[in-house]
Design a protein around this ligand. Sequence first.
Ligand code: NAD
Length: 455
Amino acid sequence: MTTTTDVSATAAPRRAGFTAEDAAALVGRLRATFRTGRTRPLAWRREQLSRLRALLTENGEDIAAALHADLRKSRAEADAMEIGSTVAEIDHCLEHLADWLRPRPAAVPAGRFPAGTTARSQYQPLGVALVISAWNYPVNLLLVPVVGALAAGNAVVAKPSELSPATSALMARLLPRYLDDDAVAVVEGGVPETTALLAQSFDHVFYTGNGAVGRIVMKAAAEHLTPVTLELGGKSPVFVDRDADVAVTAARLARTKFANAGQTCVAPDYVLTDPDTARALEAALPAAIGRLFGDDPQSSELYGRIVNERHFDRLAALLDSGRTVVGGTHDRADRYIAPTVLAEVEPDAPVMREEIFGPVLPILTVDGLDEAIAFINERDKPLALYAFTANDTTRERLATETSSGALNFGLPISHLSVPELPFGGVGPSGMGNYHGRHSIATFSHHRAVLDVPLV
Ligand code: NAD
């Protein structure tokens, strides 16, 4: 159902000149709404989720156009990975929310309390949440946390990324039209606006982006003892075992690495494999890329662009980090970097020093699983660890001898689409998690209630 609520002055998107005083007034207004109790009933929460769903299904054209303007996303990618994935999250939440919110009885130790004593735990909304989003999936990464915040009964301030300005402007225009604008606000802008917001006392801050800013967010939140969720990035390795089907592996690697021109937080970052499998992958990957984007990916409607010149220049400088197997070409005026595979990459090559976050796939060789595990464990705990293997011992060893936000065998990125799985990092790749019932836990206080009879 859509709302006919007019966009009020206080709910209007904020641009230049948004000060800490403006932020304080905004948070005060949302907190006043929260204190009335309006956001607590299940009916209000479900209503907001249904309206958000309507926002997505009724504005598909505009959303796809904004994503195309920002990132040259194809309509198929916009439908599947932005609109469809967010609608799926909402539907899962609408289906299970009542159950997730049910108080959970806890056993009372026998003989230590009077007869009739009961204990339970139950989720309680926190208050006003701040969601700061990144640019690479600017619809999903803004709205999926907002789904969690609203489903948990909170008011929320949503701050889209300034690096995807068309989508940011669209979200700022649409959200107040569909949602309860006394409880939900969008603040557009970059560092000054986010800094003004972070000076306020929120009840939870949910940040998606890089670790350097993650530290700024956490420091600001610490001033108010506000809990944070940090959805960060890092280099997600792919181990390809000798026994893996190379054609299947190459096809799935190409599809998941080069979606959104590699600008995916859980994109496969680099491949670790033995020399024979490396040669086989070198032979199979160009064909797999060709099947996705044709002979000239620059003219393919399905292939995206780098978000801005700064990231383009950063990526272009990484293209000499190894022997080019395929790709390697670029066009700054078009912010185009070809899907690129590099072989014979050394562990200290420039492309291995930071998260790539672009369409460059280095292949590094190791003797086998032992060396791969050592290589992974010598580096930051990744957001995702991927493996292609037919061997149960390999699976077991990767599960027990490494740590990462997620461990995924056989189909990179796809763990995001399993709504019962928590999504989040560990160590430098993040803290906390969300999606489905995990979002409810993130945006709630889990309260203990003990009830002892007065007899
Ligand atoms: P970005 O530049 O959009 O920044 C993210 C947010 O931080 C924006 O809203 C921005 O306004 C804000 N910000 C920037 N500088 C700030 C400052 N000094 N103070 C306060 N706020 C500030 O996005 P990005 O950081 O370039 O995103 C890319 C990174 O994010 C990659 O490392 C990627 O892996 C990671 N990422 C993680 C996830 C995840 O779910 N774990 C998803 C997407 C991206």
